[in-house]
Structure formats: structure tokens, C-alpha cells
Design a protein around this ligand. Structure first.
Ligand code: SIN
Length: 320
């Protein structure tokens, strides 16, 4: 039995009659209608379907992640469940996949998919993606691979997958193999009512330091810095970052370029008390930091979480 959980997205989108031609609304078509469009559905075996959310994924919140996590855990706990498929908007799909990868138990397959074209498009990609995801979730080969993403005939691991292009059926890519390392399962039993606020602050020419003060004043318990180059911290940011550290705010130095950002390589991370994202893109480092903070971790334990999530470290051959 495969359990299908729907959250909205373009895969459930339809043309917007109130907008100019070409615009559509995501997350309006119910999961039963999406299943009805899948070719050869009967041959795919037994399944159940539940509408968990009906969102455009740009509006997905950390609270929604917790709702989806609870629904996925409950589905996986059912003895008859062989795997779970989650339908999701593509815009933040990689964030939800990484969040679930870090918080779900190993074992049964969990596969996310979506679509780049709405359900009423004459060449909609959703039905084929959904079919592929259902087949993968029923496959013994997908067990113990961590959370997977299926798009456009390709399988990706949660750790590496990114939506690299804003349009086109081949929007997703990954620099890594489809099996993602699951850091150490430390968050698999995490039970929290809410996740702490962690903001991402972009570094760019002239980026103002008062955005740091604003985040901290608004209650951020962590900041992920999406900086230029090798995580280069603007000199003008230093006083605000030091003030944030004095207030106990965790700071992760990351890059808006592909990583890695290594500890102490391009800044005095040890002296400043900063963490580094390794090769995690800022949105994924943010999730690792949120989970660490939600678990009450700090200092070296928080550093260990970021290091464990840095897949390049775990797959990089040891230096002779
Ligand atoms: C969304 O992310 O919900 C809209 C865009 C998409 O699914 O492709």
C-alpha cells in the first residue's frame, strides 16, 4: 500500500480565469482528480490518498513542514504502508525534501514529486511524474535511500537536489548521486510544536548591516549568511554580527555560490563563534540550523550537526 499525501503546487494547478493568459493558480485541483489523470493507475497497486495542504509552495511555512512531517510519520507507521509519495509545489520542494530527510526514520521510501506545468496544460507533466513517484515508492530498491525526489524521469536525493531553473521540464538538478547520506538520524524522533526563526541574509555589494539588527530584533535565533564567494563577510557587518553573537544568536557562514565554505578558511570562525555551511546551500543549512536549535543544541553540538549535513565531507575521499 502506497500512501499519497498532497500539498498543492503546480501539479494541482489550473489556469486562472481572472489573470492574463498563461497565469495559473497552484494547488487548486484535489488529489483524487490528479490520480484520475495517471495512465495505468490500476496496475500500480493499492494506494490511499489524502489532501494534507493545498498551497502554492512559496507560501509553505515551517509550521506546514511540521504538519506534513506528522502526516508522513503516521503513514509510515501503518504496517501495510510500503512507502509514501508527497505531491508538492516545485518552488520550495528541495527545502521540504531536506527537512523530511532529516526528520523521518530510515527504511520505507518517501518520494516527493511535482510538476512544472499545471494540471490543465495540454502537455501536463504531472501525471507522468506522479506515476514515476508511485512506482519508485513501491520499489524495494528505494528503501533506506533517504527522501527522494522524482522529476522529469530523473531521481534525485534530498541532500543535493535543487530547482536550478525557473522554467522548463528539466528544472531540477543535483551534483550528487540519488542516495543522500542521512546525517545520523538524530532528528528522526524530534517532536516540537514549532521551529525557531532562522533568517537568511544575502551578502551583496553594499548590503546593509541593519538587516542583521532587524532580524535579531524580530526574534531570529539563528542567521544563515548567503555571502559572496567563499563566504566573504562584509567588514561593515562585523559590529552587528558580534552584537548578535553576544545575544546568543547562532551564525552560519555560507555562500550564494556553490560551496564549500570551510571553517576558518576565509574568516576567523573560531574566534567569532561562527559556524559554516560547508557545501549546503543557504536554504538547506537554514533547515539544519533550525533543527539543531529546536533540539536545544548549541556550541560544538550545533557545529557537529552542520558538519554531518555537509555531504561533501562524508563522500569526499580522505586526503593522503
Ligand atoms: C509551487 O511551487 O507551488 C508553484 C510552482 C510549481 O509547483 O512549479
Amino acid at each position: 500500500m502506497i500512501h499519497l499525501l498532497a500539498t498543492g503546487g503546480t501539479i494541482a494547478g489550473e489556469a486562472d480565469p481572472d489573470a492574463r493568459p498563461g497565469r495559473y493558480r497552484a494547488g487548486v485541483r484535489p488529489v483524487e482528480a490528479l490520480l484520475a489523470a495517471v495512465p495505468g493507475l490500476d496496475a500500480l497497486g493499492p494506494l490511499t490518498a489524502r489532501q494534507i495542504l493545498a498551497l502554492d509552495s512559496k507560501d509553505m511555512t515551517p509550521a506546514d513542514w511540521l504538519t506534513l512531517l506528522a502526516a508522513t510519520r503516521a503513514a509510515l507507521d501503518e504496517p501495510a504502508c510500503a512507502g509514501v509519495v508527497i505531491l508538492h509545489g516545485t518552488d520550495t520542494l528541495e527545502e521540504t525534501a531536506w527537512f523530511l530527510h532529516l526528520t523521518l526514520p530510515a527504511g520505507k521510501p518517501v518520494v516527493l514529486t511535482g510538476a512544472m506545468r499545471p494540471a490543465d496544460h495540454p502537455a501536463a507533466d504531472g501525471p507522468a511524474n506522479l506515476r514515476a513517484a508511485l512506482r519508485l515508492a513501491a520499489s524495494p530498491e528505494a528503501c533506506d535511500k533517504g527522501v527522494l525526489v522524482v522529476m522529469n524521469g530523473q531521481i534525485f536525493g534530498a541532500r543535493g537536489v535543487v530547482k536550478a531553473r525557473s522554467t522548463g521540464l528539466d528544472a531540477f538538478e543535483s551534483p550528487e548521486p540519488w542516495q543522500s547520506a542521512r546525517p545520523d538520524g538524530r532528528f528522526a524522533g524530534l517532536q516540537v510544536a514549532e521551529l525557531p526563526r532562522v533568517d537568511i541574509l544575502p551578502g551583496y555589494a553594499g548590503s546593509p548591516a541593519d538587516l542583521i539588527d532587524a532580524s535579531v530584533a524580530a526574534g531570529a535565533r539563528g542567521l544563515v549568511l548567503a555571502l559572496a564567494g567563499n563566504g566573504s563577510v562584509p567588514a561593515a557587518w562585523l559590529p552587528a554580527l558580534r552584537a548578535a553573537r553576544r545575544q546568543g544568536v547562532a551564525i552560519v557562514r555560507g555562500s550564494r555560490a556553490a560551496g564549500p565554505v570551510e571553517a576558518d578558511a576565509n574568516a576567523d570562525d573560531t574566534g567569532e563563534g561562527w559556524l559554516t555551511a560547508g557545501d549546503q546551500p543557504p536554504p538547506k543549512a537554514r533547515i539544519a540550523l533550525m533543527l539543531g536549535l529546536a533540539s536545544g543544541l548549541g556550541g560544538e553540538a550545533l557545529r557537529a550537526v552542520l558538519l554531518a549535513c555537509d555531504a561533501a565531507r562524508s563522500s569526499r575521499p580522505a586526503q593522503a
